[in-house]
Design a protein around this ligand. Sequence first.
Ligand code: ATP
Length: 473
Amino acid sequence: MTIPAQSDGSAGTATLTEGAARGETLLKVTGLQKHFPIKKGLLQRQVGAVRAVDGIDFEVRSGETLGVVGESGCGKSTMGRLITRLLEPTAGKVEFEGKDITHLGVGGMRPLRRDVQMIFQDPYSSLNPRHTIGTIVSAPFKLQGVEPEGGIKKEVQRLLSVVGLNPEHYNRYPHEFSGGQRQRIGIARALALNPKLVVADEPVSALDVSIQAQVVNLLDDLQQELGLTYVIIAHDLSVVRHVSDRIAVMYLGKIMELADRDLLYKSPMHPYTKALMSAVPIPDPARKAAKSERILLKGDVPSPISPPSGCRFHTRCWKATQICATTEPPLKELRPGQQVACHHPENFEDQAPQDVVLLSDAKEAAELVAEDALAESARTSAAVAAEVEAVEAEAAQAEAPEAEGETEAAGKAAESGKKSTESAKPTPESVKTAPEDGEKSTGSRKKSTGDAESAESTESAESADEEPPAKEK
Ligand SMILES: Nc1ncnc2c1ncn2[C@@H]1O[C@H](COP(=O)(O)OP(=O)(O)OP(=O)(O)O)[C@@H](O)[C@H]1O
């Protein structure tokens, strides 16, 4: 699709190249929380709170697309409304282009409304049925008191053609358009003031599959043409797969994994990410065999009013041990470009190798996880752990000759380096020799590592199922 070039002389509108240069941080979120109070009784006393967003940190870089995925109710829309300041955060900080906008009032936010726009999920209810599309798309100009060069009508018609609509339909009403066309009207309205950041909340989930692809491609084209930065919220990974540069996986108000798209698809580290990915249908019949590796999650997402202790995913995770129920894992960069909040990550060295006794919840959850998936998980973790051990041993060896004949302290350091390597022994070893004493033995985790005797088979980390798609940009 050809998209007309953006007119560069629109009076009063910011040019997209202004502000943060490509790759620089445009939006920064620190410890962001939104707790909706639950009130009861005549006096409307607060008796609890829905912890919709419960302490999240991330950055959005200029020119990139950050995909945000997670099951229904995990706080994605609330997060979107917080960063566009449609909601007031309970705690935390939102910075846009280095400026703290967390508690800006209506007046303070007015100039920012040009720079940050939102596209809503439902193209049916987000457009006023009594207004013509001309009125709808021109509303931002009127609200901001902006008079584009050539007049508002001309600019609105230009915007309509930018999003692939007929400019002659300026005077038509929303009901005269199809779902996909209405979403295009919503996109035209969002683009009216040349925003820097566009937050799209489930922009295609209300549309037919064939139309979804058109709208996703339109968003992608517009990004390239206009240098937009996107946060795209979706409930599954298939929508954000082709457009995102990085993907944040949310669960119960927290970010579980935040990674470059290719890394996430090639080797997801959080068990929840892996489960979400295995739920994406595989259209290629030749890869139907992967079906047996589907991971089914047990039960529903727990209530955000009283989320589980420790790691919030532990009640549905097949790898959960005691530490998962008691200690919340921090979101840590385990690989460059891949942050994960997990004590027992997939495709990586175990972060709590001493903790091997599975929780009873985990044993139940493991019954829903295909044997192949469990075996693969153990194999890849073992392979990564072995790799880490080899690298550390090599480093210790390289240090050793230098230490020879030198100070005693240096010798001791080398020695302690070796010890720490030993203590970081791969999980599978420790899991295999895990307590056999009683019913709380490692259960399915043990079973899975048993299958993983050939820890050397690294290629399993890159099963056909997890091949990253070629980015369509
Ligand atoms: N205004 C509100 N008052 C009280 N609770 C709310 C409010 N808005 C959202 N919630 C609750 O916060 C939690 C997160 O909701 P949110 O809509 O952000 O999730 P989501 O991941 O976007 O889900 P979905 O994909 O279904 O829209 C849910 O439990 C929801 O019921």
